[in-house]
Design a protein around this ligand. Structure first.
Ligand SMILES: *Cc1c(COP(=O)(O)O)cnc(C)c1O
Length: 377
């Protein structure tokens, strides 16, 4: 039997038609499909602005640029994430300060984050681990009291809500990833969403070389009709129209994707709840998560063996994530193991089971049997 992956895209004929129609149009890159997609993403997020970019990593780099992060600034973030959450700020010269997570959700603990704040902290960047929204009220309150921007890395959580409010409306600035395993895909892609005109303007500039085209804002508006000028450095993170069209098509099925993910989660929960030493994902009151991952926690001293058994049984499990500061790039900067023990314990116990909308009931049954066999129950 083929290896069942931990995540996989769902592409249908409408997606294919949407993308191929653009291939035959006048626009391959920035054109009308980008505008349509950005409008749809902003509507879904419940905010005024969506800025599409080429990846979730680019979205983070752009969001930190919009926040004005520069050398000497500090960014407080979670270690239980993909390294891009930290790298996006480090590449602007920020010092990354890791704070520990909540043992139940794996999400950045607001109290730990607050204890890590100094007078140099500019941003607190929290991640909706597995799709479960962070304690947004606590981070908004922290931000308001300390004058810090609250960034939500929602790579896992487009489609999630907290107290009925969509992820995208919870933080000052929110980033999405549209990588194939995520909740919806544009192949590679991402977006920055925000209610702030100012943050959106800066995000747009950074993703497009910092170019200023508005005559009213130019230093040399009389240079000629061809003129555009750069006021601050940027990069090219423009999402092509072909991929934006795919994204708009995918977005129409996001609710169906989320519903199927919830069914899969419920089946896993039923099968694994009550097994000694095993923890299923915790959902805080008010949260309605779009489950990107299904993080099962097993006894740390058996994680490797259970993981290897599952791979041998054709179940393409993953581990999300190695604590970010364990990466040699941080180790070489002097970061020590042991600084966030809760995140490290979470990591040592975690195995991500297959979780994607295309899983059949038979696939889910196969995973449950394989896990039961691996654990020995
Ligand atoms: C996937 C992911 C990213 C990066 O997104 P890409 O689109 O792969 O660049 C950033 N943060 C988290 C938490 C992710 O899971």
């Amino acid at each position: 039997m083929a290896m069942l992956p931990y995540g996989r895209q769902s592409i249908d004929d409408d997606d294919v038609a949407a993308a191929t129609a653009v291939l035959r149009s006048d626009w391959l890159t920035t054109g009308p499909e980008v505008d349509r997609f950005e409008a749809a993403v902003a509507a879904r997020a419940g905010v005024a602005h969506a800025v599409s970019v080429t990846s979730g990593t680019a979205a983070l780099h752009v969001a930190y640029a919009a926040a004005g992060i520069t050398s000497g600034d500090e960014v407080v973030t979670t270690p239980l994430t993909f390294v891009a959450t930290a790298a996006g700020a480090a590449l602007h010269g920020a010092k990354i300060v890791f704070a520990d997570v909540d043992a139940r959700t794996g999400n950045l603990d607001p109290a730990a984050a607050e204890a890590a704040v100094t007078d140099r902290t500019r941003v607190v960047a929290a991640v909706d681990y597995a799709g479960v929204p962070v304690d947004a009220a606590a981070f908004r309150d922290l931000g308001a009291r300390k004058g810090i921007l609250f960034l939500e890395d929602a790579a896992h959580s487009i489609g999630s809500t907290l107290d009925g409010v969509p992820v995208g409306s919870l933080a000052d600035i929110t980033t999405y990833s549209f990588f194939p395993t995520k909740n919806l895909t544009t192949a590679e892609g991402g977006a920055v969403v925000t209610a702030s005109d100012e943050l959106a303007t800066r995000a747009r500039a950074f993703k497009n070389h910092g170019l200023v085209r508005d005559k009213a804002l130019q230093r040399y508006p009389d240079e000629g009709p061809w003129h555009q000028e750069v006021h601050s450095f940027g990069l090219n993170y423009r999402l092509p129209d072909v991929l934006a069209a795919l994204g708009t098509s995918q977005l129409t099925r996001l609710d169906a994707f989320v519903a199927r993910r919830a069914e899969v989660k419920a089946s896993y929960d039923t099968a694994f709840a009550g097994i000694d030493g095993v923890d299923t994902p915790f959902v805080p009151a008010g949260a309605s998560p779009a489950f990107h991952l299904y993080p099962l926690r097993v006894p740390a001293d058996r994680r490797r063996e259970i993981f290897e058994s599952l791979r041998e049984q054709g179940i393409g499990v993953q581990v999300n994530y190695i604590p970010a500061y364990w990466h040699p790039v941080f180790e070489d900067l002097g970061y020590q193991r042991g600084q966030c023990p809760v995140a490290e314990d979470y990591y040592r116990r975690e195995i991500s089971l297959p979780m994607f909308p295309g899983l059949t009931d038979g696939d889910v049954e196969r995973v449950i049997e394989a896990v039961s066999h691996a654990i020995g129950v």
